[in-house]
Design a protein around this ligand. Structure first.
Ligand SMILES: NC(=O)c1ccc[n+]([C@@H]2O[C@H](COP(=O)([O-])OP(=O)(O)OC[C@H]3O[C@@H](n4cnc5c(N)ncnc54)[C@H](O)[C@@H]3O)[C@@H](O)[C@H]2O)c1
Length: 328
């Protein structure tokens, strides 16, 4: 298939393009490099442009016989979405709608969307399945839920079929070291912990050690980025076979606390990691764990690299590549 990957220069999108190419698909990347790296695109056809640039979208849909669109492009910082919601609604909602409208004009009717656990807000039960109430507590989560709602309306009215994949915490890196996570600023726990291990940062802050969890720190569900990508590949197949629009939660179904992550990182890296206990941050639920049974059943998806130490080992190998790059 000819797949347009929007946000294909970013963390998850760049792993996706590698997997798609390996499966024999033709991949076209659109990314404005707001937070992505041109090097992560390699030699694929690459349109460096904003996804709202209609002239470029026209060019892409006219030049390539696009079968499906995978959409990873989004702003992802929760705190920034609270201080500047306009930026998030503009990029994550308004520009996404322009992509959908262009797809409809060119009669491209298969869409896979990066959604998030943040659409659920504070969990009323855990593990979180797809029927859990959707009450996001920040503009980032609301922007993703709005797109999910737009997609339901677009299927009813225009026949655009979609799969929304709600990631819990993406982590790890390509085991061959070709791509990995490098957000600026980095806000995700595992790369921050590994930066503390490598010496790129002095310490790691633990926000809240008085939660109602076993060791008092927050518990999250970490899923290897390549396992997220394989769920997209299965979703592509599902849509190509005529599957109806659906949404799936993606995680390993196991939770690890912040303190457990730090201890696991110390074991994997062999380094002592300095931690600083801080007060809780506003809006952090104690526990977020996915119930991914629906994805396993409907998409016949099974995470392959679920062991926490494997996820951290891949992220650590990537952190060492970044260190070498910075030193160079
Ligand atoms: N990383 C996670 O743990 C996680 C968890 C849940 C959901 N998600 C979602 O997955 C998606 C990908 O996340 P990521 O961690 O790879 O983020 P990322 O920032 O690494 O990648 C996003 C990519 O989209 C590009 N982009 C952003 N706005 C654009 C625009 N207007 N036009 C063209 N390109 C644009 C960026 O340059 C970047 O390359 C996001 O939509 C995010 O909300 C990520």
């Amino acid at each position: 298939m000819n797949i347009l990957v929007i946000g294909g220069a970013g963390y998850i999108g760049s792993h996706m393009t590698l997997q798609l190419v390996q499966s024999g698909h033709q991949v076209i990347v659109l990314d404005n490099l707001y937070s992505g790296q041109a090097a992560a695109v390699g030699s694929l056809p690459f349109y460096e442009a904003d996804m709202a640039d209609i002239a470029v979208l026209d060019q892409i849909f006219q030049n390539h016989d696009i079968d499906a669109v995978m959409h990873f492009a989004g702003y992802i910082e929760v705190a920034e979405s609270v201080s500047d919601p306009a930026k998030y609604y503009q990029n994550n909602v308004v520009k996404t709608q322009q992509v959908l409208d262009t797809m409809c004009r060119y009669k491209v009717k298969q869409f896979i969307f990066s959604s998030t656990a943040a659409i659920f807000g504070n969990p009323s039960y855990t593990p979180i399945d797809e029927t859990h109430p959707k009450q996001p507590v920040n503009p980032y989560g609301r922007s993703k839920l709005m797109v999910e709602q737009i997609l339901a309306d677009y299927e009813n009215a225009y026949g655009l079929r979609s799969v929304c994949l709600r990631y819990f915490n993406a982590a790890g890196a390509d085991p061959l070291g070709r791509v990995g996570e490098c957000h600026q600023p980095e806000t995700h726990l595992i790369p921050l912990v590994l930066q503390a291990a490598s010496g790129r940062r002095q310490s790691i802050s633990v926000f809240g050690v008085d939660y109602d969890t076993e060791d008092g720190s927050c518990v999250r569900d970490y899923i290897h980025v390549n396992d997220l990508c394989s769920a997209h590949s299965n979703a592509l197949h599902y849509l190509a076979e005529g599957g109806a629009s659906s949404a799936f939660n993606l995680g390993n179904g196991a939770g690890f606390s912040v303190l457990e992550i730090i201890q696991a990182a110390e074991r994997v890296t062999g380094k002592a990691i300095k931690l600083i206990k801080e007060t809780r941050r506003a809006g952090d639920p104690a526990i977020l764990i996915a119930d991914a049974s629906l994805a396993k059943e409907v998409l016949t998806w099974q995470p392959q690299r679920a062991a926490l130490e494997d996820i951290i080992a891949d992220a650590w190998a990537w952190e060492q590549i970044l260190c070498a790059t910075h030193a160079g």
